[in-house]
Ligand binder design. Sequence first.
Ligand code: B1M
Length: 231
Amino acid sequence: MTDANDDLDLNTLEDDELIDQVHNDLYDGLRAEVIQATNILLGRGWGPERVLGEALVEGMRIVGVDFRDGILFVPEVLLAANAMKGGMEILRPLLAETGAESIGKMVIGTVKGDIHDIGKNLVGMMMEGAGFEVIDIGINNSVEKYLAALEEHKPDILGMSALLTTTMPYMKVVVDTLKEKGMRENYIVLVGGAPLNEEFGKAVGADAYCRDAGTAVETAKSLIAARRAAA
Ligand code: B1M
């Protein structure tokens, strides 16, 4: 997908051309260009959620398709992920800029054996933007690490992310351990990640499966409200 764009001035592109260019630059792992385009779109009055969805998330979706089809390989996808994170760093403070008081606390992490963190980071950013306090415990989390974070931070919500079919069953290990320790009811457990679905969420004993970051925010808000009303 590489274009001969060495001399291309991103400022000269119309919005739709610029969006195509961001997709190309993400694909090619060009972090500086993705950051520049993110800033240009914001400067043109685009809201951070629109930039995130139409430029970055859509670009990463295209990368994912070619990774699946064996056209892109791990090193290239790592570069694309790094470029995506460059754009996300610009958007993070804007998405979090609500000034709202914390409406709840969430510990979130990717499960053991899994190092995918872009989706998790996005969920964390959107939750912060919606007024939640978010403690991100990173990737490759064992049940012990989740338990230690729950003990330390005492959140309302435990969020778990998995992107691999081989790692998603680990969510059940965590939920079952919470049950064994009599702690399950202390937390709202939300799960997400591309290979999951609602049925899987129920099967592992989560309170809800969240298809995307927006759903995570809405689900968290409604489950917290329900829990507080019940209390
Ligand atoms: Co990986 N990878 N990867 N990878 N990778 C996938 C997941 C894969 C589907 C690609 C493919 O084949 N099409 C495939 C999994 C296949 C399967 O399990 N059946 C795969 C594979 C196989 C692998 C390796 C095994 C490859 C290898 O080494 N041979 C390896 C595994 C390493 C490991 O984890 N142990 C691997 C490695 C990598 C990279 C390191 C190169 C890189 C990760 C970089 C990083 O994250 N820092 C990478 C990437 C980038 C991808 C794809 C291309 C993109 C994932 C992504 O960031 N999407 C991915 C293909 C795909 O998913 N289409 C793929 C964008 C992100 C915004 O979406 O993560 O779905 P997503 O998050 C969404 C929702 O799912 C939801 O909200 C988010 C925002 O809307 N959500 C939550 C996610 N977590 C949530 C938690 C919640 C709530 C909602 O809690 C409350």
